[in-house]
Design a binder for this molecule. Structure first.
Ligand code: GDD
Ligand code: MG
Length: 288
């Protein structure tokens, strides 16, 4: 089975981190964002198709040297084709039921369970759904039982039909590709509303879910993952130098970063190579 990861966005909402690296490689709780998805794939996935544009070279470098649990193929679009166009661009590699992921999601979703549910219910696709208080910044699905009856991409506040959002993980039958026109296409705006009649089901799950695509949600994801990991509060990447005389709480210190004695850091990410001086206090920041 193939798993597509949509990873061609520029990551503008995550600048400055994404000025020097593509969003899939932004470090999160000790490993690149995209590895959280790759490491959560069911064993039946034999190849990951990574749909890329922005900073393809950096991604190539990473995947050539990283030790991976599954084969990863990078497929470039000649220009960004949108979430639907990117899928269509992969059609020659897709040979059956497949998974697709927004590349900026971390969650506790059990993908095998979602697949099992998709197969037992049938239909052309299944969308993972997550309940939120304010759904207006996301894709919103209205359900009748487990069938999705309506899909709104980023509806104006107050017009949301439910509090269930598109969690950015899909199981699709290959026929979905026949409903994506050529060119730049949004899966959410143009394709979903058209294929609802062919049987689109919602798969609700619990635990945690974060779209790491903005600065504040990236910090939140860091916290969520640290909490999920248990009592160990801080994450130190390889090459980070943290003085034993520094106090850190819910922090991530990335590669080659340094924290001097007496520094006090809370809920902060110290970027690669950054130096926090002696006695400095840093709270709730991405520190460069
Ligand atoms: N290959 C490729 N080409 N990938 C793309 C392109 C493109 O042209 N455009 C976007 N992507 C990738 C992004 O890199 C990201 O991983 C994913 O597609 C989703 O794009 P975002 O730009 O992050 O969309 P969003 O967060 O505003 O909304 C989407 O995610 C929400 C959940 O986080 C939608 O799918 C919403 O419906 C959903 O609720
Ligand atoms: Mg996003």
């Amino acid at each position: 089975m193939k798993a597509v990861i949509l990873a061609g966005g520029k990551g503008t909402r995550l600048r400055p981190l994404t000025l020097s690296m593509p969003k899939p490689l932004v470090p999160l709780a000790g490993k690149p964002l995209v590895r959280h998805i790759i490491d959560s794939l069911p064993a039946e996935v034999d190849e990951v198709l990574l749909a890329v544009n922005y900073m393809k070279g950096r991604l190539q470098e990473y995947f050539e040297t990283a030790e991976l649990p599954v084969k990863v193929r990078l497929v470039e679009e000649n220009r960004p084709l949108g979430t639907g166009g990117a899928l269509k661009n992969l059609r020659e590699h897709i040979d059956g039921t497949f998974l697709a992921f927004n590349g900026d999601i971390v969650s506790s979703l059990d993908v095998s369970e979602m697949l099992r549910q998709h197969r037992s219910r049938g239909g052309i696709g299944t969308i993972a759904l997550w309940r939120v208080e304010d759904p207006s910044a996301y894709g919103v699905a209205a359900l009748d039982g487990h069938r999705i009856t309506s899909f709104q991409e980023k509806p104006p506040p107050g017009e949301e039909l439910s509090d269930l959002i598109n969690a950015g993980v899909y199981v699709f039958e290959p026929e979905v590709l026949e409903h994506i026109p050529d060119g730049v296409v949004s899966l959410e705006k143009e394709v979903f509303p058209r294929i609802l009649d062919l049987g689109m089901n919602g798969h609700l799950f619990e635990g945690h879910w974060v779209d790491c695509g903005t600065r504040s949600s990236y910090l939140e994801a860091q916290n969520v993952l640290l909490r999920a990991a248990g009592p160990e509060e801080n994450v130190f990447c390889e090459g980070a130098q943290v003085s034993s005389g520094a106090q850190l709480e819910d922090c991530a210190v990335l590669s080659r970063a340094e924290v001097a004695p007496g520094a006090v850091l809370r809920r902060t990410i110290v970027c690669p190579g950054a130096k926090v001086g002696a006695g400095q206090k840093v709270y709730d920041k991405i520190y460069r």
